[in-house]
Unconditional design. Structure first.
Length: 150
């Protein structure tokens, strides 16, 4: 079933894929830095509001993935932010999170050395997101975007 990116339905499916990924479970055992927040920048032309995707990790278990207000990034110890195009690149495998931060394509609120040490975890997060059947806001079919004739 296809879910619209950054919707709660997408987040629920993403959580399942994260929990099913053995590497994510293994790599997150040493993650003791609190939840990870993925911030998706808003884009009015796509009808996309700024959204935070909060990944709650604890001792190798993903306890939940929820949508939060993007402003919560300031209260989260690790927050990564970028446009829809950047997240598509990450989840599509053409850009790693660590490289995205180093190349200033993804914003980081947190500690770069910690992010680098846990690059396997972030690769697993991207892999799990890529496995979610996603309807991207910038790929709306033309017939769906066109006004109804009447």
């Amino acid at each position: 079933m296809t879910a619209s990116f950054a919707s709660q339905e997408w987040a629920d499916t993403f959580a399942t894929h994260l929990n099913d990924d053995a590497r994510v479970r293994t790599d997150s055992v040493t993650w003791v830095f609190g939840p990870i927040l993925l911030v998706v920048d808003g884009d009015e032309s796509l009808g996309l509001e700024s959204t935070g995707i909060r990944i709650d990790l604890h001792e190798g278990e993903v306890r939940g993935v929820t949508l939060v207000d993007a402003a919560d990034a300031v209260r989260n110890p690790t927050a990564l932010g970028g446009s829809l195009a950047r997240w598509k690149a990450v989840f599509g495998g053409s850009l790693s999170v660590v490289d995205g931060v180093r190349e200033a394509k993804i914003r980081l609120r947190g500690d770069l050395p910690t992010l680098t040490r846990h690059s396997g975890l972030f690769d697993g997060i991207a892999r799990a997101a890529a496995s979610v059947e996603t309807a991207w806001q910038d790929e709306v079919p033309a017939e769906a975007a066109a006004p109804a004739a009447g």
